[in-house]
Design a binder for this molecule. Sequence first.
Ligand code: ZN
Length: 209
Amino acid sequence: MEKVHLDGYRNFRDKYFKDNEQLFDELAKGQKPHTILITCSDSRVAPTKILSAKAGELFIARNIGNIVPPYETTKGATQSAIEYAVNALKIENIVILGHSSCGACKHLYHEHSPEDEDVELSHVEEWLKLAYPAKNESMLEYLADKSKNLSEITEKNNVKLSLNRLMTYPYIIDGLENRTLKIHGWWYDIGTGVLESYNYATKNFEVVV
Ligand SMILES: [Zn+2]
């Protein structure tokens, strides 16, 4: 594993870095990202690759389940990242990026992968309580129409929950009212590479074309 990573680094150093020396010279002086991306810690979600983003473009906050805690609860890493991005870096976009086969969303239903059976997960379980409203809404939707995919509904409702939670942050409301800030909810399908974006007008996730 170590060899893989160091070979990857050497490849970056000799190719990408060399080809972008001017960019890195600029970035050494400071950052001016346009977007904060809040996404899941899942290793299969690689935001800079999915968006073909250069270094310096995305300020990224990752946690289990791409959860935005309410503004009023304890001050944690995600709230700090949002606060810094909006108030200090003056970013223009907040993106919540959820994804298919999300283990965090599965865990809400006490479904376990082989690797998380019978292991200590008390911090994970406490953290995931923040996503219970998404689970509850998804169960009601699923009970009304069992042809729907419960995992996908939950992942998408979880993105919508995080979008709604952003509205508990006073400086985000200010940014939306002043039109200095936009918020977006996305869902990425790992198996197909398709990205869907939540449309507030139709209240549906729509494939990005
Ligand atoms: Zn996930």
